[in-house]
Design a binder for this molecule. Structure first.
Ligand code: BMA
Length: 329
């Protein structure tokens, strides 16, 4: 674990008691700078009591900030999708592409989990551009097009043919219009992450640097001999944060990856909650000073902030993904 990453001393930066409507858990937010402000879209699981594993529903709320630390939450939730087919939208990520605000999200449906992409120009009205086939989630859009194409990272869940348990991987695809997606390429197999023994998935939308696209991902380890603190029964999974650098011109190629987790759960607000030992990165902002703000959900209960210098993060990405295990070659 790297000590180049500093957790904000006032963590968590957003929690259920900050929300002016029904709220139990606030976590897994997407954050971006847009139109002179920091904006956050966050997941709100509501209608449960702390300590219980039951929640009535999930919606997505919006908050604004002048400094990326102190947040003003809009008085009403933004997105609540619940109909005969869809039970909820959750885990939003935000990317600003050519001045427009794109939202990626997961959708639980009667026929599987889908990854969605929508666009908004006012954080009010939103137009769904595409919904994947099941099962897929953790989509993140790159902040610019390459050769005219939108680009995304995503995490399909191949139940058959990939081995157990949950050996899910991180993929790339691109699109001329954000509607039709193709050119699917494997980016990183879960077996290539030395400290994980289960699934991985995209975390924060990539940041462009001269050395490559810098992106944080989540990586999961399961130890069934050790039940972890959680309101949720039978919780055995640790979610950590990894960091890697993708090639600027061929973003499905990993230029370098940090050999250890960038962050492991360590603080009380990360170790205990609905699901303890969970860090779930969803947003990264690169400031002019070189500071990177990394936003992450902690214990599926609160939203937190950590910072690091961009040069230090790039320097950490000095391991090649194991070529013997590299399915690209
Ligand atoms: C994943 C998703 C996330 C959640 C994480 C840890 O599978 O459900 O929303 O934060 O598990 O519980």
């Amino acid at each position: 674990m790297s000590d180049l990453v500093r957790r904000y001393f006032g963590n968590p930066i957003l929690k259920s008691s900050d929300i002016p409507y029904l709220s139990t858990l606030i976590f897994n937010a997407g954050v971006a700078k847009w139109q002179g402000k920091y904006v956050m879209a966050f997941r709100n699981d509501y209608g449960g009591t702390p300590g219980s594993a039951y929640f009535k529903g999930t919606n997505i709320g919006v908050a604004f900030s002048d400094d990326g630390i102190d947040w003003r939450v809009r008085s009403k939730p933004w997105i609540e999708w619940n109909d005969h087919e869809v039970s909820r939208a959750y885990d939003p990520r935000i990317s600003i592409v050519e001045g427009r605000c794109y939202l990626c999200f997961a959708l639980d449906t009667a026929h599987g989990i889908r990854g969605g992409i929508a666009v908004t120009d006012d954080l009010d009205k939103w137009e769904v551009l595409s919904l994947s086939t099941p099962d897929n989630r953790n989509m993140v859009l790159f902040p610019e097009r390459l050769n005219g194409k939108f680009m995304r990272l995503e995490r399909p869940f191949p139940i058959y043919g990939r081995g157990a348990p949950e050996s899910f991987d991180l993929w790339f695809s691109d699109s001329p219009d954000c509607v039709y997606w193709g050119n699917s390429q494997l980016v990183l197999g879960s077996e290539q992450v030395p400290w994980a023994n289960s699934k991985i998935g995209p975390g924060a939308p990539p940041l462009k640097t001269a050395q490559g696209w810098l992106t944080a991902f989540h990586a999961v380890s399961i130890d069934t001999s050790r039940e972890l603190p959680a309101w949720h029964p039978n919780w055995f999974k640790t979610y950590s944060v990894g960091i890697m650098l993708l090639d600027l011109e061929k973003p499905w190629i990993v230029k370098g990856i940090c050999r250890k987790p960038l962050m492991l759960p360590q603080e009380q607000y990360e170790l205990e909650g609905f699901r303890g030992h969970v860090l779930f990165p969803g947003g990264m902002i690169l400031e002019d000073s070189g500071e990177v703000k990394l936003y992450y959900g902690a214990a599926d209960t609160v939203e937190c902030l950590a910072t690091a210098h961009v040069d230090d993060l790039i320097a950490l990405c000095n391991m090649q993904a194991d070529p013997k295990k590299n399915l690209q070659q």
